[in-house]
Design a protein around this ligand. Sequence first.
Ligand SMILES: Nc1ncnc2c1ncn2[C@@H]1O[C@H](COP(=O)(O)OP(=O)(O)OP(=O)(O)O)[C@@H](O)[C@H]1O
Ligand SMILES: [Mg+2]
Length: 262
Amino acid sequence: MTNSTIDAQTQQPAVCVNNARKAFGDKVVLHDVSLSIMPGEVVSIIGPSGAGKSTMLRCLTLLDTYDKGEFSYGDIKVTTQGPHGAVYDKQAMKAARMRFGIVFQNYNLFPHYTVMKNICDAPVVVQGRDKAEVEAEARELLKRVDLTEHADKVPCELSGGQQQRVAIARALAMHPDVMYFDEATSALDPKLTADMHRLIREFAASGMAVGIVTHEMGFAREVSDRVCFLIDGTIVEEGTPEEVIEHPKDPRTKAFLAHAQD
Ligand SMILES: Nc1ncnc2c1ncn2[C@@H]1O[C@H](COP(=O)(O)OP(=O)(O)OP(=O)(O)O)[C@@H](O)[C@H]1O
Ligand SMILES: [Mg+2]
């Protein structure tokens, strides 16, 4: 049984953050933010530039740390709240890193590796899985993202949209419970945006939790089960796209949406 299946049965969030705070020097960037994503749920974090979206994503993916708060992946408690702030558990961080994948805005592929090696390297080296088995799975993943004929190319021989799909296949090869996307569609044409929509909904249908950080209201509205508005480091409003994009209640959300539609 996969981790996702266990989580779905117990209805435990795939990822959960409670009362998180993050400051750079004396500038508080995240104030008391709480966010969770259930298995099979697609959640978008939307907000203006400088709101703290990327900081949130960096902390969720352990590239940076919260100063305060409780943070877990399924049953793995990454932090607990100590008297002086969040206490990170090294073993838990290592285990949590196996639970999520992220597709960065600039894809972050290894430029000198082929597509195949980009996908297979971490499952073989980090997870210690059998190379032949991982390669067979990588071929299936490449088929799924429509890149079968590009397996032996290096990233600079591919278009932006193709590189993004390699990054998706690479993240999926780690069997994550949670997939994060940073600005998933900002460089894509309408056909590729539609493909991305389909893939994200397929991931959710398979029980994966999906977290998306985006400026693009239209995409968030179409693909998300739940939208969280992050403004000045606070989630000011969250709900279904219908509730919060069509009928926002908070004056800060209303002002942001009025601007976004200009
Ligand atoms: N390493 C850092 N050191 C100091 N301040 C930082 C650092 N990273 C981010 N900030 C500040 O934190 C705030 C939030 O930045 P963040 O990158 O999270 O915003 P964002 O919501 O992702 O914005 P955008 O939509 O423009 O990408 C900004 O004021 C930014 O200047
Ligand atoms: Mg950002």
